[in-house]
Every structure is written in structure tokens, then in C-alpha cells.
Ligand binder design. Sequence first.
Ligand code: GLN
Length: 537
Amino acid sequence: MAKHIFVTGGVTSSLGKGIIAASLAKLLQARGYKVTIQKFDPYINVDPGTLNPYEHGECYVTDDGAETDLDLGHYERFLNISTSQANNVTTGRIYQTVINKERRGDYLGKTVQVIPHITDEIKRRVLLLEEKDDYDIIITEIGGTVGDIESLPYVEAIRQLRLDLGKENCLSIHLTLIPYLSAAKELKTKPTQHSVKELLKAGIQPDILVCRCEHKLSKEVRNKLALFCNVEKESVIEALDAESIYDVPILMYREKLDKIALKKMGMKVGKSLDLEAWKAFLGKLKNPTSEVNIALVGKYNELQDAYKSIHESFVHAGASNECKVNVISVHSESITKGNASEILRNVHGVLVAPGFGERGIRGKLKAIQYVRENNIPFFGICLGMQCAVVEFANNVIGLKSAASMEVKENAEHPVIHLMESQKDIKTKGGTMRLGSYKCQLTKGSHSAKAYGKQMIEERHRHRFEFNNKYTKKFEKAGMNMVGINPDNKLVEIVEIPDHPYFVGVQFHPELKSRAERPHPLFVSFVKAAGDYRKSKI
Ligand code: GLN
């Protein structure tokens, strides 16, 4: 049977529960335990797939095609494992299951209620991962903040699970904020005391307090927290703001979070802690020998989380190249209105981001034309690749009226068109082409060289695709289709062989980059940007 660790948050949102959970998991994994993490989100959407990135940041897609919370990206990047639909559950999904059961007649004669029916379904989902693999430890992160109405059923389910599974098999970690009042020059513990009181009211005594703070916790503050929150002194963990999220596992190790957790669950701490690969990554990350500027052209730039995985992929690829990657957010609409050569003057590479809808497309096309004509490395992802195709049709092939059907439904030359499989689909939730598919690479292409193999698997999230009717025209004019799905012949990668680096991918490579296993296309793109920079000096 697996041991369960529950991570709740108090005082405020955005404390970085996902990072703390992933860091603890990393340490437990480094001690030889088989660990996974899951996230429960208290909103009523069935999944975050239909949410605007401004609302909730990026939507992370798993191999099995689940549209999930971006915290799953952190789990994968830290642990170097793949997650699945089972690792992310929302209140909407819980209710949907219960309501479907009610309609089927499973509860015939009974009133369906939050307790026990909703809480039973939460408990069933918490335990579901046990059936998937023989995990030693399953970490469950509860989204939201304790005290919110939405979180109540989850907190109640944890209380029940502690009884069902035995207290020794369950550990409760509460992440809170210790604010610093600069006028009083003091760290304040009161908000945490109140937050723990909320948990206690619900019948849960946290075993460990992880305290986010901007200043070190003095011994007095630690003692006070222990006393008022009824936890052992050694179980008050300081989580100072870190320079990089990738430092957090090391900080948590220094605070002995892993040891304390294992001890409390009656598990062996063991001697060896294998963090070599992680430390090697951190070493390179902190000691770059060169630097490049890369423009990230997108339309959700106001919110960093909207392109979370792309930013992290650049961190991984930068470290691997021992190169500091300065990602410069460029709003595509600013290029629509302005001058691409001026806006992109100091960059050594341009990545055109994924996205939906018409807004910002003009700017993306202008940016692509500029980098294509000036031999500046280009990397287009999903919509970015589709824009590269349209730009090439317009300006190289000379099909001035070529467009994506997403932008112009009745385009004369729909070089990007709706996938056959999408034509009859009317509903929006979970209906795109989602998840992992195979792709065959052309020998000798940039991509095949970067991957070092010819059959790859990447994750997708789209409705439109390259229109194969135009393949010959493109290849004749100098854009090659170098990645093809072997089963249905969908174009997955386009390249311009006569350009130092011009790669567009229909899939999302950023979803498979990990700290200890950077994505080959990001690595080769950053390298190309470095080469471009050198050529300019
Ligand atoms: N909007 C495009 C499509 O649906 C691209 C999607 C994306 O960039 N993820 O095909």
C-alpha cells in the first residue's frame, strides 16, 4: 500500500504549492522511492481546457491527452516522469461522475449529498493512482486555499482518508505565508495560526508546516509557530524565496523536509540521496559561458504563466548549452502596429508561440517574414508553425490569398485547414487532437539531427493542420515537410533547409522538456541562436 502525503495551502494563493510538492517528491525519488503527484482543483470546469490562459495560465497536456493544470508540468519537469488524466481532477469532474451515477440509478432511493457522495468520489480518485503503479508514496496537492468554500469537500475527504487508511499512512503538510511587516521589522505568524485553526476545525492537524517567507525564520518565530499551531518544532520548515524554482529541492533538503516526512510516515530515510543529475543541471544553469536574446512572440505575454512550459524549456536548454537565455516577451500586436526589424533588432532567435483565434496573427506573420529573410533562427510551435506556413505561401510561393481557415474560413488557398476528424465536432471541451502521437522524421533534416533518431513521439493540442494538397508547391519553393505522422500523414514539422534554423512544429515540444532531459529542439534552437550571435560579433 502506498503512503499518502496531502499538501494544502493557507493564507493566500500563489504560494507555490506545486513547486513545494514537486521538490519534496524529487527528494523522495532521489532517496529511491517511487513517487507520483496529483492535483485536485476546486473549480467547476471539468478540466482547464476551455479556460483562457489569462484565467489560469497555460493548459498542460499529458501523453494520454488530458488537458490539465500547469502544476503537472512542474511535476514532470522535476521528477522526469509522465503524468496522466488520473493526476489532475477538478470539482467539475467529481460532480460529473456523481451526477452520471445518479442518472444511471446507482444511488436509487437515496438523497445524493456532498457528504458522503462527493467526498466518496474524491476519496476514490485520490486512491486511483494506487491501481496504476506500485507507488511507495503518492502526493496529493489540493488547489485553492484552506477556508475557501470550494476546498471544504477536499479537506473533509482528507480527514476521512486519515481514518480509512490509518494516520501512520497519511501525512498532512500545510504551506502558508509568514508576511514581513517592514514598519515593525517583524515576521508575523498570526495569519498562519488562523489558517491552521481552519484546518483544525475541519478535523485535520497538520504534521508539517512549510512557511513561505522573505526573511529567515528566527528560532523564536519557529518556536511560536510550533506552539500555536501544535506541530513539533522540527516540523516548522522555512521556505525562503529562491533565485530559481530549481533551487527549491536543495533548500527543502537543507531544511530536512524529506527526512522529517519519511520519519513521520515510519519509512526508512536511507543514506544515499542521488541528486547528481539535478546538481549537474543546476551547476550549468548558474554558470553560463554565453548569452542569447530570444523573442517570444505571443499574445498572452501579460501573464508569464501563459507560456510556462516554453519559459522552462528555455531554462533547460540554456543550461544544457551553458548559455543564459534572455527570453524577451514580444506582444504580437505590437509588431502588427510597429516595425518588426526595430522590435526584433537585438534578438538572436524568435519563437512564435501557440495560440488560438485571429488576434495577433498579422504581427506573427510580420515577425516570421523578418526572421526568414534575415536568416535569424526561428522556432514556431503549433500556431507558430501554422503562421510560418501561411507566411511562406504568401511571400515565397506567391499565394497572396493563402490563409489558415481558423482566420479565414473561406480562404481561396486554405494552406492550413480544419482536420478531417474535427469537421463534425461541435462541442469545445476535450475535443481537439490531444495527446501523444508518433512522427517520422526525414533523414538529414535539422530535426532528425537534433533528436538523433527518426521516430519520435510528441504531444498535441490543435484542430487545424497543414493542407497536404499544397505539399508539392511548398517543397518546390524551399519549405520541406520533414516530420509526418506515419498513420494519417499529418504534417508535424516544416523546415527551410536553406535557412540556418527555421523549424515549425505542429506539436508542443515544450511539454516534454525536463530539467534533467532538455528537449532536443529547444537545445538545437538555443545553439543556433548562439551561433547567430557569434556570427554578428
Ligand atoms: N489554433 C490552432 C489549432 O487549433 C493552433 C493551436 C495551438 O497553437 N495550440 O490548430
